[in-house]
Design a protein around this ligand. Structure first.
Ligand code: ATP
Ligand code: ZN
Length: 299
C-alpha cells in the first residue's frame, strides 16, 4: 500500500541511469535496501519511498502525480513532453537539478558509405528512431521532409536490415554506431540526467524533504567537481602558484617546521587538476603535491 505522507522518488530500475541514480540517493543519506527486486522500497531513516520503473514511465508518473520526484534523462523527458503536447496535455513538472551523469546526445547517423554534405541529403529519407517527436521537431524546423520508422530498441541495425535509410539514436562514445557501420552526421539534442518534480500541491512536510535533498545533491555534485590540494611551495612564488590553480579559493598558508623559505598551502579547487598543471607547479618549485577527492561539501 502506498502511504501518502511519504515522498516518492522514481528511478530507472535497470539500465544506464540506474546505478548512478541509486548511488546518488544513497550518498544523500537515504538508507535503502535495493537488493530485493521490489517496485517500491521504503527508506529506513527518512520518509521516502523509492519506486523503480522503466525510464520511459518516469515523466508520466511524475506528471500524473504518482510520485513527487523522478530521475530521468532529458531526452526521455523532452520526448514525453512533446508527445503530451501533441495530445493537448500540459507539462506538469519542473527540473530541480541538472545531474552530472547520463550524458549523451541524440544524433542522426547514416551508413558510412552514404554521401553526406548537409541535412538536405536526408530529404525524403526514412529514419528509424525511438524519439519520433524530438526528430520531427528538429527536421520540421530545418524544413526537411522525412518519414520516421518507430523502433523501441536496436535502432542501429535498421539501415542494414533495409528498414530505414538513416537513424536518429542516442550516442555517448560513438562505438555502437561504428560497430554497425554508421557515422554520426548531426547532433539534434544534448542530454543528461535530471531531477524533476511534479508541479501542483505538495505538502509542506514533503517540500521540506525535497529542499533538504536538493542541498545534499548540490553538495555531492560540487564536491565531485572539486579537489582538495595540498602542497609545499617557495614563499616567494606563492602568487604564481595560486594563479596556476584556477578556481582555487582563499588558500590556507601554514608554516613548515624548520624551513622559513617554504610554506604549506591547502586549498579547494573547482577545476580538474591535470598532470600538466602539476608539472608546472613542480617547475615553480612546489613539492609534495597532493590532489585529493572531496566526499561532501556544504557552503
Ligand atoms: P528501460 O528498460 O528503462 O526503458 P532503456 O533501454 O530505454 O531502459 P537505457 O539504454 O538504459 O534505456 O538508457 C537510459 C538513459 O540513459 C537514456 O534515456 C539516456 O538518457 C541515458 N544514456 C546515456 N548514455 C547513453 C547511451 N550511450 N545510449 C543510450 N542512452 C544513454
Ligand atoms: Zn526506456
Amino acid at each position: 500500500m502506498i502511504n501518502n505522507n511519504r515522498l516518492r522518488i522514481a528511478i530507472q530500475k535497470s539500465g544506464r541511469l540506474s546505478d548512478d541514480s541509486k548511488k546518488l540517493l544513497i550518498r544523500c543519506g537515504i538508507k535503502i535496501n535495493l537488493e530485493r527486486q521490489r517496485l517500491i522500497t521504503c527508506a529506513e531513516n527518512m520518509s521516502i519511498d523509492v519506486m523503480r520503473v522503466r525510464d520511459d514511465d518516469i515523466p508520466g508518473l511524475v506528471m500524473d502525480g504518482v510520485v513527487e520526484l523522478g530521475i530521468v534523462g532529458k531526452n526521455v523527458l523532452e520526448e514525453s513532453l512533446l508527445s503530451r503536447r501533441a495530445q493537448g496535455k500540459d507539462a506538469l513538472y519542473e527540473i530541480l537539478y541538472q545531474l552530472d551523469f547520463g550524458v549523451c546526445r541524440l544524433s542522426l547517423a547514416i551508413p558510412q558509405d552514404k554521401h553526406y554534405t548537409n541535412l538536405q541529403c536526408l530529404n525524403n529519407n526514412c529514419i528509424a528512431t525511438s524519439y519520433p517527436y524530438l526528430l520531427k521537431k528538429y527536421l520540421n524546423e530545418k524544413k526537411i521532409n522525412f518519414k520516421s520508422f518507430l523502433l523501441n530498441g536496436s535502432v542501429e541495425v535498421a539501415p542494414r536490415a533495409g528498414l530505414a535509410d538513416a537513424i536518429c539514436d542516442l550516442v555517448s562514445t560513438g562505438g555502437t554506431l561504428e560497430a554497425n557501420g554508421l557515422r554520426e552526421v548531426e547532433v539534434i539534442y544534448n542530454s543528461n540526467a535530471c531531477l524533476i518534480c511534479r508541479t501542483g500541491n505538495i505538502s509542506n512536510l514533503k517540500k521540506n524533504i525535497i529542499k533538504k535533498l536538493i542541498i545534499r545533491i548540490q553538495g555531492i555534485i560540487t564536491a565531485r567537481e572539486s579537489k582538495y590540494i595540498m602542497l609545499h611551495a617557495p614563499s616567494d612564488k606563492l602568487n604564481e602558484v595560486i594563479s596556476l590553480l584556477q578556481g582555487a579559493e582563499c588558500p590556507t598558508i601554514l608554516k613548515l617546521a624548520g624551513d622559513n623559505s617554504r610554506v604549506a598551502m591547502h586549498m579547494v579547487s573547482r577545476e580538474s587538476i591535470f598532470w600538466e598543471t602539476m608539472e608546472k607547479l613542480k617547475s615553480l618549485g612546489a613539492s609534495s603535491i597532493l590532489v585529493l577527492p572531496i566526499e561532501k561539501m556544504m557552503e
